[in-house]
Write a protein that binds this ligand. Structure first.
Ligand SMILES: [Fe+2]
Ligand SMILES: [Fe+2]
Length: 176
């Protein structure tokens, strides 16, 4: 089996960290969706499911680039502890903010220095989606704190999830 070239070692390490983060976010949000439905926050459940699908796509994109660079896309999945939906939304927002402010900017800087366009594309596509996730989680937290189920977080709704980076709107998947 070919090995990762020393030139790409750091980029692959970063892709693996992002792959692990995205894979665990997918697992976390899937569990949080079940909890939100159980608590009657069906719109929040829809948001968690849509974000879970997006994270799965980010993980798959990173995995593709890892393989292109002769790496192996493997990671550890952690056990998920679902708390209340408000706590879960806050935890989710915290994770998104870390990816937006710290993880992806750092990884992008390294990939740009290496001129690795595949990694740049994969990191950028994820980063842009995380900004939308953070905005929606913030909105959901404010509505949930208000305690009013007569808002979008109270009823199942549709979210558009882009199945690839920068694709046309018509190709979005609809997740409810
Ligand atoms: Fe993501
Ligand atoms: Fe996200």
């Amino acid at each position: 089996m070919p090995a990762v070239s020393p030139d790409n070692a750091t980029t692959v390490q970063n892709l693996l960290a992002a792959f692990e983060g995205e894979s665990n976010a997918h697992a976390r949000y899937t569990a949080f969706a079940v909890k939100a439905d159980a608590e009657g926050w069906h719109g929040a459940a829809s948001l968690f499911r849509a974000a879970a699908r997006a994270e799965q796509i980010h993980a798959a994109n990173h995995a593709r680039v890892i393989k292109q660079l002769d790496g192996e896309a493997q990671c550890v999945l952690h056990a998920v502890e679902a708390k209340t939906t408000l706590e879960n939304l806050k935890a989710a927002l915290g994770g998104e903010q870390y990816e937006i402010a710290t993880m992806y900017p750092g990884f992008l800087e390294e990939a740009e220095a290496r001129k690795n366009t595949a990694a740049i594309r994969s990191f950028t596509g994820a980063l842009e989606a995380e900004k939308a996730h953070a905005r929606l989680y913030g909105e959901a937290i404010a509505l949930l704190v208000g305690g009013n189920k007569d808002t979008w977080i109270g009823a199942a709704r549709e979210f558009y999830v882009c199945p690839v980076c920068n694709c046309p709107w018509e190709r979005f998947e609809i997740i409810r």
